[in-house]
Design a protein around this ligand. Structure first.
Ligand SMILES: *[C@@H]1O[C@H](CO)[C@@H](O)[C@H](O)[C@H]1NC(C)=O
Ligand SMILES: *[C@@H]1O[C@H](CO)[C@@H](O)[C@H](O)[C@H]1NC(C)=O
Length: 391
């Protein structure tokens, strides 16, 4: 039903842009008096665009891991737009906190929120190394070997717990800060068989191979140390969502998305059209195809509880007419040029002028809490109109 409304809008939008009017065409559908049903249906549909069925339920505001905040700021600008598509391999980064909170150096992570369609690219165990306790500080060891093992269930065969070495490294005894171990193999096996997830174990040895007192090499645990130093699993995956090549893309899709955003943000026209433009609307040229602001405010949609960053983003929208003759600034395709000529010559009735649509799209990044209160960074393709053209 809503899909129908949106596709109707798409058709209407392009037709309307051929005859620019001072009032916004969508207001006839989603005006001041639009029904709450339409708005909530539109918000639900927008949630689907972000790959979710229900908004995550978050109780109270938690502090996201600094690593995830830093990662977000590395890949995204202030508006959430991807700085460089090659910075991140894959399109999802998930962080998990240790569920065991054990006194021992054993860790377990619940990966139930990872979709089976996600391809595991890299998994890392992040441990915060604390300073050695003062009484032991003058130890003769300067380095020790820290090894991470995957615990294996061999109890069905014999009653011993076997383990598999995942990663091992020399670490200075007196260092402090984050140590990162690659544990991709283990996570892949847990993904294929959830019940095989018995967790991880860390073993510290001297260079001679003797096991070291864990008071000498200490890692922060969720139980005894500040939240910012909790053991964490960071998982890089790709869920196979591809960027739709613009050439093969149905332009009405982009218009539908813009219409959807208009519907969602219609409560406040002033905000949805938050003026990044310089009063262009009054210009002579304002009626021709151009890119205009369309700010999507997550707080206004009621999503600020679970979205950490950004607070909103400028999706932009394309608006205006594409009459004959199409100038260079219209970035017209050859097809659009021919269509505008046919339309101008009225050779064939029912041939409209071309549509003003996005011809370059950028991806955005969302940093959010999922239902399990894990912090997730996800990249979404084709969310921001980079430029508009007559197509
Ligand atoms: C992981 O979390 C899910 C969702 O909360 C829960 O149903 C499941 O039992 C958990 N698995 C383990 C092994 O704790
Ligand atoms: C226990 O079983 C595992 C796997 O079959 C085997 O590699 C290991 O040697 C066994 N350990 C003992 C003590 O028998």
């Amino acid at each position: 039903m809503l899909a129908l409304v949106i596709s109707l809008l798409a058709a209407f939008c392009c037709a309307a842009s051929a005859r620019p009017s001072p009032t916004y065409p969508l207001n006839t559908f989603f005006g001041e008096d639009d029904s709450p049903e339409v708005r909530s249906a539109a918000i639900k549909r927008l949630l689907e665009v972000f790959g979710m069925e229900e908004p995550p339920h978050i109780q109270g505001r938690k502090q996201p891991p600094q690593y995830m905040l830093d990662l977000y700021n590395t890949v995204a600008d202030v508006d959430g737009v991807t700085k460089d598509p090659d910075l991140l391999e894959g399109n999802i980064v998930r962080s998990f906190f240790d569920k065991l909170r054990s006194e021992q150096v054993e860790y377990k992570f619940n990966l139930s929120t990872v979709a089976t369609t996600e391809k595991v690219l890299t998994a890392e165990l992040h441990l915060f190394k604390l300073r050695p306790q003062a009484t032991l500080a003058f130890n003769r060891h300067h380095f020790c070997q820290v090894s991470v093992y995957q615990l294996l269930d061999t109890s069905r065969v014999n009653n011993t717990k076997e383990r598999k070495l995942l990663s091992s490294r020399l670490i200075p005894v007196h260092s402090t800060g984050w140590e990162v171990f690659t544990i991709t193999q283990a996570v892949r096996s847990w993904m294929s068989d959830e019940s095989s997830n018995l967790g991880l174990q860390v073993v510290v040895r001297t260079l001679g191979g003797n096991q070291v007192d864990m008071k000498l090499i200490r890692f922060a645990s969720g139980r005894n140390h500040h939240q910012s130093k909790q053991p964490m699993l960071v998982l890089f995956t790709d869920d196979g969502r591809q960027s739709t090549a613009l050439e093969s893309q149905d332009p009405s899709d982009s218009i539908a998305t813009a219409s959807l955003l208009e519907a969602v943000m219609s409560g406040s026209p002033s905000r949805s059209a938050r003026s990044l433009d310089n009063g262009e609307e009054d210009d002579e040229s304002s009626s021709s195809c151009q890119r205009l602001p369309l700010y999507v405010d997550f707080e206004e949609i009621g999503w600020s509880g679970w979205i950490v960053s950004p607070r909103g983003y400028n999706a932009y929208h394309c608006k205006g007419s594409c009459p004959f003759p199409l100038g260079q600034s219209m970035r017209a395709t050859n097809h659009a040029t021919v269509q505008s000529i046919i339309n101008a010559l009225k050779l064939i009735k029912s041939v409209e002028t071309p549509c003003c649509v996005p011809d370059k799209l950028f991806s955005i990044n969302l940093l959010y809490f999922d239902d399990e209160e894990n912090v997730v960074l996800k990249q979404y393709n084709d969310m921001v109109a980079g430029s508009c053209g007559c197509h």
